[in-house]
Design a protein around this ligand. Structure first.
Ligand SMILES: [Zn+2]
Length: 419
């Protein structure tokens, strides 16, 4: 398989540290609110990558962190007068529920920041003893000037870069916090430097070092994380013992945009995953996401989603009779997947396979993409539809809606005739 690495700036054959195993880390959510379609895109893409690699026979350890200590969590917990623990656990559960609803089920392990505080403190201590970090009144900072490969991932150096953090106690404006000193409510821990809490970047490297060691194969995340987050991760990990590169294959998903702007919490132009799932089922959402290459920008529009729904319905309509293997169609599918996870071409191959009646391939490849390309058997469906019609006629809308929601969640599209 070939993958484009942001670090190498080229498409390269995937050569893993251990030939049969792939260690993959993807930045997880900060659990302070519901996830939106931008998040859905990133997690569906890496879900497909993990599933494809497993299908090729590789053993994949897919690790994701859960950021459950953060300013946003503190602010919202204070605003709602609940504990940081209750707020972050609540949205962690909601996140995992959304992922299940999207068919994202390939993550081997979710690691919370708050359950890795000893590992974080230990890593900060080692960075200080190596001379890569220093202690101030405000906290512990990474000294960017000590790191020779600085800027290698974002391909930006020195004055091109703008630091968002302003703290008087830092030596250099680009230095970033490893440990913040102070009292931050219940999520404050003792450390050799005083009570405080970890910075954001250090949680990822403390967690990935624990499960993978200092070098592993694939690191993924959204495009907006390259700088400063991923640069900081590289600086931290590679400063421990100088092992370089920490990761060869850095994969970044393009933005999901709404009217030309990135979908984000701060712009307020987001659609939550659960709201989207009320209109389009997970098969349609995944089909829509995979119709674009993961690294391209993707515009979210009702029209685009409706088109995806129609295209998927068309595949299901043509894929009726099993007429046996279509080796060419199968090869087109795997060739596309091998070529930097080219899912638009893979979906084109799916159309060929549907038209030629290779039902087995549709089943098998459907599992990789997490999309059901085949029609459900219709008997139980029409029974449910009849019951719903009866309920609606008797104005028992709550129960009728519940059945519809469950059917939509199961990947079945429902259209009600007006009453
Ligand atoms: Zn991260």
């Amino acid at each position: 398989m070939e993958l484009y690495s942001t670090l190498l700036r080229t498409v390269e054959p995937l050569v893993t540290l251990n030939p049969n195993r792939v260690s993959m880390f993807v930045c997880g959510p900060t659990v302070y609110d519901y996830s939106h379609l931008g998040h859905a895109r990133t997690y569906v893409v890496f879900d497909v990558l993990a599933k494809y690699l497993r299908w090729t026979g590789k053993e994949v350890f897919y690790l994701q962190n859960i950021t459950d200590v953060d300013d946003k969590i503190i602010n919202r917990a204070n605003a709602e007068n609940v504990s940081q623990h209750d707020l972050s656990r609540r949205f962690e559960i909601e996140y995992l529920r959304d992922m299940r609803a999207l068919g994202v089920d390939s993550v081997s392990y979710y690691a919370r920041a708050t359950t890795h505080i000893p590992e974080i403190i230990n890593q900060v201590e080692r960075l200080i003893s190596r001379g890569a970090a220093y202690v101030t009144e405000g906290g512990v900072y990474f000294n960017v000037g000590t790191f020779e490969h600085n800027g290698e991932l974002s391909h930006q150096h020195g004055t091109d870069r703008v630091s968002r953090i302003t703290d008087e106690t830092k030596q250099n404006s680009l230095d970033f916090a490893l440990w913040k000193l102070g009292e931050f409510g219940e999520y404050t821990w003792d450390s050799p430097w005083g009570r405080g809490r970890p910075g954001w970047h250090i949680e990822d490297t403390a967690i990935s070092e624990k499960y993978f060691g200092q070098q592993y194969d694939i690191h993924g995340g959204g495009l907006d994380l390259i700088f400063p987050h991923h640069e900081a991760e590289i600086a931290q990990m590679e400063s421990l013992e100088g092992k370089h590169p920490m990761v060869r294959y850095w994969l970044h998903t393009g933005f999901l945009t709404v009217k030309g702007e990135k979908m984000s919490k701060s712009l307020g132009n987001f659609i939550t995953i659960r709201d989207a799932l009320k209109t389009w089922n997970k098969d349609v959402l995944r089909y829509f996401i995979l119709l674009s290459h993961y690294s391209s920008p993707l515009q979210a529009t009702d029209e685009g989603l409706d088109n995806a729904a129609r295209a998927l319905e068309h595949i299901r309509a043509v894929a009726q009779k099993d007429t046996g293997e279509n080796p060419e169609g199968r090869k087109a599918f795997t060739d596309a997947m091998e070529s930097d996870l080219n899912t638009p071409n893979a979906l084109a191959a799916i159309q060929t396979l549907a038209a030629s009646g290779d039902i087995l391939a549709l089943k098998e490849f459907g599992e990789i993409l997490g999309i059901n390309f085949l029609r459900e058997t219709s008997a139980p469906l029409s029974i449910l539809q009849e019951i719903r019609a009866e309920l609606r006629a008797n104005k028992q809308f709550a129960v009728a809606d519940m059945i519809r929601e469950r059917m939509v969640a199961a990947g079945i599209t429902i259209t009600d005739a007006p009453l």
